[in-house]
Design a protein around this ligand. Structure first.
Ligand SMILES: Nc1ncnc2c1ncn2[C@@H]1O[C@H](COP(=O)(O)OP(=O)(O)O)[C@@H](O)[C@H]1O
Ligand SMILES: [Mg+2]
Length: 318
């Protein structure tokens, strides 16, 4: 058993008389102590997958089907009260926008203390000591001074460090980081990624690292999942993936980034664009853009198959 086993997760939006399948039959596992990279273009369902795992999907969205087994319990079967004990305590979260995730009127240190007090049976003093310790752990040289500052006194990267401090404050076994560096400049981005990587390496914690930037995963993490139009198209080991990706979409993504010399084109190097959820094609959702398309791809969607240890692909070529 893995730390997290997501099986056949389906999350849809119900708007007027339409149903949009934002997450469609997604399965993946996160082993203990590993980073799992969830990668895909904007709108492919990464955030909805994360919110589904945390049971934070808001109407008109709803989890329709699936299993989310975490530490041996199916989270989808818990009461909201039990789920609140999991959130922030066993599973920490880091989101894209550090400013909106922090409360502007409270000192950043207090926001870490507060997170500890909510879940752990400790007093104010102990929570503060622990918060100062966490500030040090996430890279602040003068943790006591930082404790008393307000969010607006910190840079974007420093605010993201605070959020990471909150996410790990209760010693979670899983952290979900949803595009945690997208709002940051490149230098700050690599510092934050190093910090997250070190935190995972120094503990038994696991992480789901969500990004639209495949390049980040080149050095980060052990396993990768590639999403497209709400589906998982491929799961692979990071090392293998960057050498020999399985799915034609993955091949397209990689050659668009590392393609022919002088070719600076990005994802648009794959002809066509990501289809809208409301107008998905029949069959394989990638077939209109696929250089290997066969008649069957237009008719029926392939199922995801295991083709090697830890390697899964949703494609008729396999
Ligand atoms: N509040 C919403 N109402 C309707 N549809 C939504 C809403 N939020 C997300 N979606 C749909 O779910 C899809 C997946 O969104 P999301 O998980 O946020 O993508 P990603 O994080 O990969 O960029 C989107 O393409 C969008 O069509
Ligand atoms: Mg997102």
């Amino acid at each position: 058993m893995q730390l997290l086993d997501v099986t056949d997760l389906n999350t849809s939006f119900f708007i007027d008389n339409n149903v949009m399948h934002a997450v469609d039959g997604v399965s993946f596992s996160v082993p203990k102590g590993e980073i799992f990279g969830l990668v895909g273009e904007s709108g492919c369902g990464k955030t909805m997958t994360a919110l589904s795992v945390m049971r934070l999907v808001q109407p008109p969205g709803r989890i329709v089907k699936g299993q989310v087994v975490f530490e041996g319990k199916d989270l989808l079967g818990l009461s909201e009260r039990e789920m609140e004990k999991v959130r922030g305590d066993r599973i920490g979260m880091v989101f894209q926008e550090p400013m909106s995730a922090l409360n502007p009127v409270f000192r950043v240190g207090e926001q870490i203390s507060e997170a500890i007090i909510i879940h752990k049976n400790v007093g104010k003093k102990e929570a503060k000591d622990r918060a100062v310790e966490l500030l040090k752990q996430v890279g602040f040289d003068e943790p006591e001074k930082r404790y008393s500052q307000y969010p607006h006194q910190l840079s974007g990267g420093q605010r993201q460090r605070i959020l990471i401090g909150i996410a790990i404050s209760c010693g979670p076994s899983l952290v979900i980081a949803d595009e945690p560096t997208t709002a940051l400049d490149v230098a700050t981005e690599s510092q934050i990624i190093n910090l997250l990587e070190n935190l995972v390496n120094d503990s038994a914690m696991s992480m789901i690292f969500i990004t639209h930037n495949l390049n980040i995963m080149r050095k980060l993490g052990k396993r990768i999942g590639i999403m497209y139009a709400g589906r998982m198209l491929e799961q692979n080991l990071v090392d293998v993936f960057f050498r020999e990706p399985l799915h034609p979409y993955s091949k397209g993504l990689l050659s668009s980034i590392y393609g022919l010399a002088g070719n600076q084109k990005r994802l648009t190097a794959i002809p066509g664009s990501v289809p809208k959820l409301a107008e998905l094609p029949r069959g394989c959702k990638f077939h209109p853009r696929c250089p290997y398309v066969m008649p069957v791809c237009r008719e029926e969607e392939p199922v995801i198959k295991e083709v090697g240890k830890g390697q899964w692909v949703r494609c008729y070529l396999y």
